[in-house]
Structures are given as structure tokens and as C-alpha cells.
Design a protein around this ligand. Structure first.
Ligand code: TYM
Length: 317
């Protein structure tokens, strides 16, 4: 089976954008690939995050991933910082990566505008660490949302540079994009759904009924906003109902209230069993810790093998 890697940052609550854009695929791809999934906590250090919050977020994220169908019997699930090798490989890649390539990354430009007081070097070299995450396991496939495509393109550039300079060793990893490649914000319908645009922009998978109802009721309903809500409906509702509402929208007859009520209903239906599983794992945290530890140990064995060969190839051994 081909190897697949993906990661998610523990910087806050996970939302329907993460789920539809990536995590739904993570769960489904377990059937076909040898999957390695990581809670990339070292990436979270690029923002100003309290140590307790980071620790707490990482465990909560592990719980969410298990509740969304990541199965530790089929896949490796681990904390990035539990495995030695990610930053070591990132350093070697840093020495192959032109600064100009990093400066043109859209996410770097956006993030440096947003956190103007904290444009740290980690923010700039973030995509190099991401390349190391993937290539430490020599993963050929990477399921992500559209916003990560540029980082994956850089991952391929880095792999090529390494292969040309030393020896053909790393694969040129390819993305897998889900149909929901870019889920949009409820409040700013022309921006992607994101943690950084405030609570009203997204539905977190841990949001309760009252919060979800309020957020959807308040969602912006200009033309773009309505199309986004309809698109969201298409992922959770029935295709017949979706087509019916789409046609009625085109005919100028769709009531916003009706669309919102239907959407609230299907999202709550989807989240009910997920939140029950979250509650189960919340009561069994030692079990979750053990899953992460075991995943980390197995990942470490693969990482050690790559690092030993890479060190040989570059002359460190
Ligand atoms: P992160 O933690 O921001 O997001 C995790 C995944 O969710 C996807 N996503 C979306 N997809 C569609 N619509 C949206 N509105 C939306 N918001 C988020 C992201 O594309 C991502 O797939 N740099 C990565 C983490 C990372 C990584 C890696 C990913 C670190 N190392 C190695 C893959 C491989 C990030 O910030 O994702």
C-alpha cells in the first residue's frame, strides 16, 4: 500500500472547513493507503500560544480525530513533537530552500500581515518543516484543503533539489483534494472558513445545538453567502433536497429561513454521533494518550530509518 501523510495544527477548535476539506478524506483514505496522521504541535509555536493551551488543544484534537473516524488500528496517529527527526530534516531542507521561495508563500504573507508584531523566522520557514513532516515518511500522497497546495508545491521543489544534489531518494508527493476544497466563512462569504476570522465565521465540530443554530441564523445571506450555505447543505443533506432548493433559489423563490432551518437540521444530525464519541474519549483520556504514544513509537521507527539514510547521503555520517 502507498504511504500517505497529513497533519493538522492544534491552534484551536476544528471546524467544518477542516472536516470537509481534509479530515473526511483522512478517514476514507484509510481503506486504500498506509496512513500517517500527525498533530503538528511544533507548527503551532509559530503563533503566540500559551503552553497550557497548546497541550490541551493537542489532546482535544486527538480526541476529535478519533471521533471523526481515524482508526488507530489502521493508521498511525501521533504528536509531531514526540518524534525526533521532523526538525532535524527541516534543518537540512532549510539549507536547500531559497529564501525567495519562502517569501512568496501566500500563507506567510497573510500571516505576517495578521500578526505584524510577531513575524518570527518560524513563520517564514514553516513550509520547510511541513515538507520535512511529509518526506520524513517518504509519503507519496497528502490529503489537504486547497489552501495547502502551494506548500505542497514547495515540498516537491525541495524533494527535487535534494534528489538532484545528493541522490534520488524522496518521492515528489502529490496532494489529494476533496470535493470541498475551500469551505467558505459564514460571516465573510468570500473568505475561507477559518479559526482566525472569529467565532461567527465557522462551525466547530464541538459546538452545541444552541451555538450552531445561532451561527447559521446569523450567517450572511448575500448571493455568495446563500450559495455557500447551499454548498454546505449539499455535503450533509440529501441530493434531492439540495437540487430542489437550488432550483428554487434560481427561480428567486428560496426563503433564507427555510434554507437555514434545513441546514441546521442536517448539521446537527451529522454532529450528534461525532459529539457522542468525543464525550466518550473525553472520559477516557488515558486511552487517547496511549494511542498517541504508541503511534509516536511506530512513527519514530520509520523516521529513524529515513534520518539514518539522509545523514549518510548528506555526509553527516
Ligand atoms: P491546518 O491545521 O490549518 O488545517 C488542517 C487541514 O484543513 C484544511 N482546511 C480547509 N479545507 C477546506 N476549506 C477550509 N476552509 C479549510 N480550512 C482548513 C487544510 O487545508 C488542511 O488540510 N500547514 C498545515 C498543517 C500541516 C500539514 C503538514 C499538512 C503541517 N505539516 C504536512 C499536510 C502535510 C495547516 O496549517 O493545516
Amino acid at each position: 500500500m502507498k504511504k500517505l501523510f497529513s497533519g493538522i495544527k492544534p491552534t484551536g477548535k476544528i471546524h467544518l472547513g477542516n472536516y470537509l476539506g481534509a479530515l473526511k478524506n483522512w478517514a476514507e483514505l484509510q481503506k486504500k493507503y498506509n496512513c500517517i496522521y500527525s498533530i503538528v504541535d511544533m507548527h503551532a509555536l509559530t503563533i503566540d500560544i500559551h503552553p497550557n493551551e497548546l497541550r490541551d488543544n493537542s489532546l482535544k484534537l486527538a480526541i476529535d480525530l478519533l471521533a471523526l473516524g481515524i482508526d488507530p488500528k489502521k493508521s498511525l496517529l501521533f504528536r509531531q513533537s514526540d518524534v525526533v527527526g521532523h526538525t532535524e530534516l527541516a534543518w537540512i531542507f532549510n539549507c536547500l530552500t531559497p529564501v525567495a521561495e519562502l517569501e512568496r508563500m501566500t500563507q506567510f504573507k497573510d500571516e505576517s500581515k495578521r500578526s505584524a508584531g510577531n513575524v518570527n523566522a518560524g513563520l517564514l520557514t514553516y513550509p520547510v518543516l511541513q515538507a520535512a513532516d511529509i518526506l520524513l515518511y517518504r509519503a507519496e500522497t497528502v490529503p489537504v484543503g486547497e489552501d495547502q497546495l502551494q506548500h505542497l508545491e514547495l515540498t516537491r521543489i525541495i524533494a527535487r533539489k535534494f534528489n538532484n544534489r545528493y541522490q534520488r531518494y524522496f518521492p515528489e508527493s502529490k496532494p489529494i483534494i476533496s470535493p470541498a476544497r475551500r469551505v467558505m466563512s459564514l460571516k465573510y462569504p468570500d473568505k475561507k472558513m477559518s479559526k482566525s476570522h472569529g467565532e461567527a465565521s465557522y462551525i466547530a465540530i464541538r459546538d452545541d445545538e444552541k451555538t450552531i443554530t445561532k451561527k447559521i441564523q446569523k450567517a450572511v445571506t448575500n448571493e455568495r453567502g446563500i450559495l455557500n450555505l447551499l454548498e454546505l447543505y449539499s455535503y450533509f443533506g440529501t441530493q434531492n433536497k439540495y437540487k430542489e432548493m437550488m432550483e428554487s433559489h434560481k427561480a428567486g423563490k428560496l426563503m433564507n429561513l427555510q434554507l437555514k432551518e434545513e441546514l441546521i437540521k442536517v448539521i446537527l444530525e451529522f454532529l450528534k454521533p461525532v459529539q457522542e464519541k468525543i464525550a466518550y474519549y473525553e472520559d477516557n483520556k488515558p486511552k487517547v494518550e496511549k494511542i498517541l504514544r504508541d503511534g509516536g513509537k511506530k512513527a519514530q521507527r520509520q523516521a529513524d530509518q529515513t534520518m539514518s539514510q539522509v545523514k549518510q547521503l548528506v555526509g553527516l555520517k
